[in-house]
Design a protein around this ligand. Sequence first.
Ligand SMILES: [Zn+2]
Length: 481
Amino acid sequence: MPRKRGMRISLFKVAAFYLGGRWTAWGGRRRIERKQLRNLRKLVAKARRDSPFFRKLYESLPETRRLTLPDLPVTSKPQLMGQFDDWVTDRSLKLADLRAFMSDLGNIGLPCGDVAVFRTSGTSGEPAVVVLTSRDIECLFGIMLARLSRSQLRRLPELHASGANVTITGANGHFVGSGLAPLIGHLTRRYPEWLGMTASHALHIAAEQPIEQIVQQLNQIGDVAVILTYPSTLSILLREMEAGRLKMNPLLIKVAGETLTPALRDHVRKVFPAQTTELIDAYACTECLMLSVECACGRKHLPEDWVVLEAVDADLQPVPDGVMSSSSLLTVLTNTVQPFIRYELGDQIQFYPDRCPCGSAFRSFKVIGRQATLLQIGDVVLSPLVFDLDHEDAQRVQLVQTGEHEFDLRCEVRHEAHRDRVFDEVGRSVANTLRQNGASGFSIQRSQEPPRLTASGKFHEVIPLKRTSRLPMAARVRPER
Ligand SMILES: [Zn+2]
């Protein structure tokens, strides 16, 4: 690798982002919006100067100091990834070098010269390669600390002192889930215990393993204070707890990477009835690690001084607050090396039209899900959440759409003797759900294959048919069970 200088994290810069973040919040809407516009224009100026891709894309636009967000064209992952070397603002960064670095799994958690590099799981097509600099990580810490409530801040030392901080995510690639904690551990190894955020208590468990092994490892750790995983993995762990095979009592459960459903929230409450276990939906993405901060009211607040998230319809036009979007556009104002500006994220979100009761001046939103996960059967469009694939005798059940009206059912059963019963009962439940939602003429086959995980180790209960075109958004979507 030709990249020389290493990454460094400066506590002074973290403190500066923290103080700046508090100052912005204290000034209310006016100061937030001014700060956002200033940061946006700085990023656009940098992109126009140092990214050949953006220089060309913005060629006919007015001067940067007159620009506002709607003036800028939308960008997409295939478009940007296709011209990666011209997209980044550092001419020495080459996609081929980054891919070569990531091909060695021994590099997980290590910087690649003066940047960190991660990949997305590619759930919605080709994986994106995301480059972060020290500045992104300093801003992440400073701003996240600035946005935590007083009670959340007070809890940090307790979380640090009461046990391990366990992440259960995919380990077969340079994903943020497995790589960020060791990277931060590496970058902060010279610092003393840093507000409980150093990686000294951080443990990673590979989500790709059989459930028995994950359970065994968690039981061996003993004191688990914080657990971060995908909702789908959490759901399986809750069932293991109910069955008495898994014993843990974390203070904080964070989920990320998939949509947290109300049904799963209820399930967590049932398994952990004492109010000492807090559940947080850490909605973020590899492209933007500080996409939201969940408050005590359960709303996600957007750190608008450094992130812009737009709720848009199928034609990528803005939808009003209070209306569910069919996609979303992301602008990350911290990352000046790899500018994400009005980047189509695909997540369906809905902004709350009113101010949050918690008092935060930052806008709040909820996440409905991802377009890529919706099923289309004829003219019926369904959310994967309408299906109930839980069965007491199965560890994992997966419904795969193999054709417009064809489905495969994959089961991982606890005992072979129960295989037929699990297939019959889950198959009946799926057929009922399809019929109740207006689908007809479908067939459900029993698959000999076991359920499969995604590249990043996520378990998707329902896998829709890969589509090349957008869903007809006039179609009715039923998001919740
Ligand atoms: Zn709030």
